[in-house]
Write a protein that binds this ligand. Structure first.
Ligand code: SAM
Length: 509
């Protein structure tokens, strides 16, 4: 199962590269036509892809076989080889890694030899650089190949297969790249090319017990083509960082909804601005900052702006405070700083994942939508994007001690608290509406106030409960009570949970 998961991950990455790259290429071609000069569209699109989407390259393995890549896999371009880590040096025939002692080790070779049907692939010659006869020392990729030979390090071989297309008037070539397996560098020899120059030729032998491939069959094999959909920024520039959306499962685009980046309060219940602190030079507990008092005599975030555990309520400094925007008590109000992406999951509809590493305790995003009375929200036909707010302060036994510290919560629920609100992101909202449930979640909702003091309508701010690696789906616990969710006719609703966690309870509700 693990092997197939690794394979699935590699194929998904390749498929997504193709979808995103196609879209970026189209955009870059338009720009290229308008400008008439500049970076070639394919290179520009590749660079954009690498910058925006390849956050996990740090973990990539570069020597030996690449997890999830099989012998005989066919690729469209050297860019595809590069994004999967099969061969990163797109303009060189030999890719290498630097060892701790500063020497270079060759890890892959692209071979342009065009083998015929009768040729064996067990043996390959790689012609290295031309050097002056007086210069005996191997340099660059030749030295790296020699190092692999001396250290018995296998190298990956990729066969670049060239097919002639077009006709005599307009000849065209198509190159496809086939992963051929691991080879050992056996030896090298020097051949004089002219009286003053020689060339290094390396002998590579395919390692035993690897799957055989038939180049002639592979030559006719078209790389799989994926359609899929990609949107560069679903927020249309409203969020500070673009929120892309990708579907590599089907050709469906996101359903339409009005994207908003600020919570919408109902006219009748629009809250008043809060009372603020007077800390012109910056807030501190010792000087009894009014906001720290509201938080029970402390600031909720650590020096890195992290919230290490969920609290009943956090008062951030806000619009009425005299402190600067850099105040340590302003975190979630500054918005998302990580690159997040909406993507189509296999079994839970759309979901949200991170392209960046998110350290535990970091602010991730706000659940944005229209605030409405809970009773009004319950009347809506589609309740999938509802988030009940401001009603959970006294429900969590672990919060008792914290509640006693926070002045606004000390007197327990009042009559006013009988008015409950919900945030509905069905028609208007941000990308957080796509975050799915998991029985082992990695983010949690935190009640936060900063632009008003009404505890029945706090902002729902998500924080990371764990370190979250790039490309991991974000999820929180929806906390549905099983057999307590009803349809409009009063029947119990049931929905299976597909979170895939080993601790999954099996039901969403
Ligand atoms: N996946 C949703 C979409 O495509 O719009 C985004 C999340 S939406 C707030 C909540 C809905 O997503 C749920 O009603 C359910 O249909 C689906 N969902 C979320 N988490 C799920 C899970 N763990 N298992 C099954 N379905 C899930």
């Amino acid at each position: 199962h693990r092997i197939s998961l690794v394979r699935e991950n590699a194929l998904t990455k390749l498929r997504e590269f193709r979808i995103i790259y196609k879209k970026l290429l189209e955009e870059e071609e338009v720009k290229w036509r308008e400008r008439g000069h500049g970076v070639k569209p394919d290179i520009a699109a590749f660079n954009i892809f690498m910058e925006r989407f390849s956050a996990d390259r740090g973990d990539m393995r570069y020597d030996g076989s690449i997890p999830g890549v099989r012998i005989g896999d066919v690729f469209n371009s050297t860019m595809e080889l590069s994004i999967l880590g099969i061969h990163r040096a797109q303009s060189l025939l030999v890719d290498h890694i630097k060892k701790k002692d500063g020497t270079c080790l060759a890890v892959s070779v692209v071979s342009y030899a065009q083998p015929s049907a009768s040729d064996s692939l067990d043996f390959l010659l790689h012609v290295g650089s031309v050097a002056a006869t007086c210069d005996k020392k191997l340099k660059g990729t030749d030295a790296a190949l020699k190092e692999s030979m001396d250290t018995d390090t296998p190298v990956r071989v990729i066969h670049a297969l060239v097919t002639e297309l077009g006709d005599a008037c307009r000849p065209r070539q198509l190159t496809s790249y086939v992963y051929g397996g691991l080879y050992m560098v056996e030896k090298f020899h020097r051949e004089k090319t002219t009286g003053v120059q020689y060339v290094n030729t390396f002998h590579l032998r395919r390692m035993a017990e690897q799957q055989q491939i038939d180049i002639q069959v592979l030559k006719t094999k078209k790389p799989e083509s994926f359609d899929g959909t990609f949107t560069v920024d679903i927020s249309g520039g409203l969020d500070k960082a673009p929120i892309s959306a990708i579907n590599s499962v089907s050709n469906e685009y996101l359903m339409t909804f009005r994207y908003i980046s600020q919570i919408q309060y109902p006219l009748k219940y629009r809250p008043d601005p809060p009372s603020g602190c007077d800390c012109v030079g910056g807030c501190s507990v010792s000087q009894k900052c009014a906001c720290s008092v509201k938080n029970g005599g402390e600031f909720p975030y650590n020096d890195f702006g992290e919230n290490k555990e969920v609290k009943p309520l956090i008062y951030e400094c806000g619009s009425s405070c005299k402190c600067p925007p850099s105040c340590r008590n302003r975190v979630s109000q500054h918005g998302t700083k990580f690159r997040l992406q909406v993507f189509k999951t296999n079994s839970m509809g759309w979901g949200v994942r991170t392209l960046d590493f998110i350290p535990s305790g970091s602010f991730v995003c706000e659940y944005i939508g229209e605030v409405m009375l809970d009773e009004e929200a319950q009347k809506r036909k589609n309740d999938e994007y509802l988030f009940a707010i401001g009603s959970n302060y006294y429900d969590v036994p672990d919060w008792k001690a914290d509640i006693e510290k926070i002045p606004a919560l000390q007197n327990g629920p009042s009559e006013d608290d009988e008015i409950h609100f919900a945030v509905d992101a069905l028609n208007q909202g941000n990308f957080a509406r796509f975050i799915n449930h998991s029985c082992t979640p990695n983010i949690y909702p935190q009640n936060v106030l900063h632009d008003h003091d009404n505890i029945s309508m706090p902002h729902i701010m998500f924080f990371a409960s764990d370190d979250i690696p790039p490309l991991k789906e974000l999820s929180y616990d929806y906390h549905y009570e099983i057999d307590k969710v009803y349809d409009s006719d009063g029947n119990i609703k049931m929905k299976p949970c597909f979170c895939g966690s080993i601790e999954c309870t099996g039901r969403l509700y």
